[in-house]
Ligand binder design. Structure first.
Ligand code: NAP
Ligand code: GLV
Length: 306
């Protein structure tokens, strides 16, 4: 079996991880480009990868979001593209979302500000029943976040393309239900893929559907949000805070207003990092299943974009 690895970073660790799990496979590491490979294992695939290498059996994305891979020229039409499913990311995303939600619920910004000003300003206890958290995206990561927030006692709503029953969460599905969903939540946590249907979704109008003083967390993809509209909503106080992990450009250019906005907490795309061992376990198990002729999960629907 011939495998091509184009992992963008940590190439040696990825190669070792796959060599241990795919005994007998020949593993070429980009920029080594054999004319053909059975499997390609890629993250941030180089633009000329598919012009140089003919991939026969499957292309594995070494991350959950496939937006970048689907945009690579010459991605072969008949070859399945698979994404990572959890592989150690769901636990991290649940931590990230819980931290952001708890910061909002427990008025962390207020107490940080008051400490800097040398003021002793206790606020009354909030009622969690009035602090519904809404998940945009009820996939692998959204469901993990829901489980953690449920343990913390937050009422939940989940919005997705198709309806999903999540224990304890109000279910919303489809674009026509976005307005009532957003209107019903105090914190919106976005865990959506970047697709033609989600890019620019949270613009001025949709952000205005959130209640006054709501909080936004975006850890899916940066192009979900229209940055200027978010900054305007924060400036006007309509949105109380935003926690952002993903951006339209990464790294964000130094002059971008998001860097220094007092209402924004930024992290550099670290909410759920790819775990090499877990990811290699998952990919190797799927390659073995494909070789046995068995079906595998995590196959991307290219028309849908995720
Ligand atoms: P997933 O299992 O495919 O879930 C995607 C969810 O989004 C599904 O519930 C899906 O609805 C929903 N969705 C897609 N398009 C929609 C639309 N137009 N309207 C409403 N809902 C829509 O993916 P995942 O594993 O949870 O990952 C989600 C995303 O997180 C990835 O695509 C990636 O961009 C991002 N991510 C970020 C990090 C980070 O470190 N910041 C790490 C990993 C992943 P259905 O259930 O109805 O299909
Ligand atoms: C990270 O952003 C991923 O999509 O895995």
């Amino acid at each position: 079996m011939k495998v091509l690895l184009a992992a963008a970073a940590d190439a040696d660790r990825w190669r070792e991880a796959f060599a241990a799990r795919l005994p007998g496979a020949t593993i070429a590491v980009w920029p080594d480009a054999p004319p053909e490979a059975d499997y390609a294992l890629v993250w941030r695939a180089p633009a000329d990868l598919f012009a140089r290498v003919r991939v026969r059996r499957a292309i594995f994305n070494l991350g959950a979001g496939v937006d970048a891979l689907l945009a690579v020229p010459g991605l072969p039409a008949g070859v399945p593209v698979l994404r990572l499913e959890d592989a150690g990311m769901a636990e991290q995303m649940a931590e990230y979302a819980a931290l952001a939600v708890l910061r909002a619920f427990r008025d962390a910004e207020h107490y940080a500000r008051e400490q800097r000003a040398g003021r002793w300003t206790p606020l009354p206890r909030r009622d969690k029943r009035d602090f519904r958290v809404g998940l945009l995206g009820a996939g692998v990561l959204g469901r993990a976040v829901a489980r953690t927030l449920t343990v913390l006692g937050f009422p939940l709503a989940a919005w997705s393309r198709t309806p999903h029953a999540i224990a304890g969460a109000a279910v919303y599905a489809g674009i026509e239900s976005l307005r009532p969903f957003l209107a019903s939540v105090r914190v919106a946590v976005a865990l959506l893929p970047s697709t033609p249907a989600t890019r620019g979704l949270l613009d001025a109008e949709r952000l205005s559907w959130l209640p006054e003083g709501a909080h936004l967390v975006n850890a899916g993809r940066g192009d979900l949000v229209v940055d200027a509209d978010l900054v305007a909503a924060l400036d006007s106080g309509r949105i109380a805070s935003a926690t952002l992990d993903v951006y339209r450009a990464e790294p964000l250019p130094p002059e971008h207003p998001v860097w220094h906005h007092p209402g924004i907490v930024m992290t550099p795309h670290v909410s759920a990092l790819t775990r090499i061992a877990e990811s290699a376990d998952q990919v190797a198990a799927k390659i073995a299943a494909i070789e046995r002729g068995e079906p595998v999960s995590g196959v991307v629907d290219r028309a849908r974009g995720y």
